[in-house]
Design a protein. Structure first.
Length: 467
């Protein structure tokens, strides 16, 4: 039980620790308010930051200030004062860490002996209760995955809506998909990002394994690129918005050691507000530090040359696929295959490896430059591929994204250029979604139960607490 877990990572833990500080120790409460003010400062617009830095300094760091944080040494405060006029995003980073280190000591120890911590443990017990089909109400079919349907569902206790991805047990067994299903579930369980679909619950019924995920009602980018009337594709600013949020999603996956391997428009989903998330991690794989993987997996036309050639790789294929996605958003057509073009897989693979993509007048110089650097045939020359898990830093620095405040993007504070109509359905009609045929010749037995027990883990901590 550490501060970094209970307070930094657990929403209910954070809430109860702060409640304890507010009720029992006014000085600790003041330190928490100071940390909040620093967070707000870091996502403030550039032009307002210098003024805000001065206000923060006056209020919390001047010895005669009304709410002085009195646990910092003079040299740290003096260093901060010297740099006040820069208004840099990193101005208070060292000070914030010092305050957190203090709160993680005696204050957190005292919290652990309090009623507030006991209440936290009660919530953790509730979180661990079994989850079954009775936990949810099921609604309309939204689409289909590889092993079964995806339906809208609602948690009976809270009213929160989710998408339930059903994986039929017999279909999994017939296709020997157990390892793939478990990998997807374990990866989803690790991820906590605004820009990747979250797993909230995993449970089983008699016939299916069920993943309960963030519901994304706004449709996928493929639908928006091609089915919204007018010319296919987006204007540069809309493409930049989605590209920036996908970069944040890929960054989160890569920092966890996960290669996505299926970045394409139909896997990027819009929520009710117009923000996007990466979805469908069925082909994702986790890489331990220093290792490489092979595997000719992905979607034709989006796979990097090194994947097609079955070479070893780490995170480079994701940046190539991201380049294909960005190109398609702007051009209204994928770089190596025209829409509905009847062409063999081998020919598309040849184009990916040998042909140079063409750029129309829809591309600005910056957009063209970014696509060209992402679509380099050799991963050695490709943008984002020179520093392993930290490739997103390199991509974020490209001039195409120069106008962005990345802290605001990461906080989900950038205003979406398009907000879905809550009354519209951005998907195929229910009647157009093909039905699954019955699986014949497969029997489930006791040996399958070991696999099901690994899958059936119930609530996922952070989404459950947020709910």
């Amino acid at each position: 039980i550490r501060y970094s877990y209970v307070v930094d990572q657990q929403p209910i833990g954070r809430l109860l620790f702060r409640q304890y500080c507010q009720d029992k120790k006014p000085s600790y409460h003041r330190y928490n308010l100071f940390l909040d003010a620093i967070e707000k400062y870091e996502i403030e617009m550039d032009e307002n930051r210098i003024e805000l830095a001065k206000d923060l300094f006056e209020q919390y760091l001047k010895r005669e200030g009304s709410e002085v944080v009195d646990i910092l040494n003079d040299s740290l405060i003096a260093q901060c004062e010297e740099r006040l006029s820069t208004g840099g995003k990193e101005l208070f980073v060292e000070i914030a860490q010092t305050v957190k280190n203090f709160l993680a000591g005696e204050p957190f120890s005292a919290f652990q002996t309090s009623f507030y911590f006991y209440r936290y443990l009660q919530w953790k017990w509730l979180e661990a209760q079994p989850v079954t089909y009775k936990t949810f109400r099921m609604y309309r079919v939204l689409g289909k995955g590889g092993f079964g349907e995806v339906c809208a569902c609602q948690v009976r206790a809270t009213g929160k809506m989710y998408a339930c991805k059903k994986l039929e047990k017999k279909r999994i067994k017939k296709r020997k998909g157990e390892a793939m299903v478990l990998i997807e579930k374990n990866i989803l369980q690790k991820i906590n990002s605004k820009f990747v679909v979250s797993l909230a619950y995993a449970y089983e019924t008699k016939d299916a394994l069920c993943l309960v995920l963030t519901i994304m009602n706004g449709g996928d980018l493929k639908f928006h690129i091609y089915n919204m009337g007018g010319e296919p594709g987006f204007d540069i600013n809309r493409a930049r918005f989605y590209a920036a949020e996908v970069v944040c999603g890929l960054e989160h996956l890569h920092l966890q050691g996960i290669v996505y391997r299926d970045c394409k428009p139909e896997n990027i989903l819009l929520d009710d507000h117009g923000h996007v998330r990466i979805s469908d991690l069925g082909l994702a794989v986790e890489i331990t530090e220093g290792d490489m993987v092979t595997g000719r997996v992905g979607t034709v036309g989006y796979m990097a040359p090194e994947v097609i050639d079955n070479e070893k790789y780490t995170f480079s294929p994701d940046w190539f696929s991201f380049g294909c996605l960005l190109y398609e958003m702007i051009e209204g057509q994928a770089p190596f295959r025209a829409r509905k073009e009847k062409v063999k897989r081998e020919e598309v693979d040849r184009r990916v490896k040998e042909d140079q993509e063409r750029y129309s007048t829809k591309f600005t110089e910056e957009a063209k430059s970014l696509c060209q650097q992402l679509l380099k045939k050799s991963s050695k020359n490709r943008l984002g591929c020179k520093c392993g898990r930290h490739g997103a830093k390199e991509v974020k620095l490209h001039s195409f994204f120069q106008c962005l405040n990345w802290k605001r993007v990461e906080a989900g504070m950038w205003e979406p250029p398009f907000v879905p109509d809550p009354h519209a359905v951005y998907a195929k009609d229910v009647l157009d979604i093909e039905q699954f045929s019955t699986v014949k010749g497969v029997n489930l037995d006791a040996t399958d139960d070991t696999f099901y027990s690994k899958f059936n883990t119930g609530s996922v901590s952070i989404p459950w607490q947020n709910e």
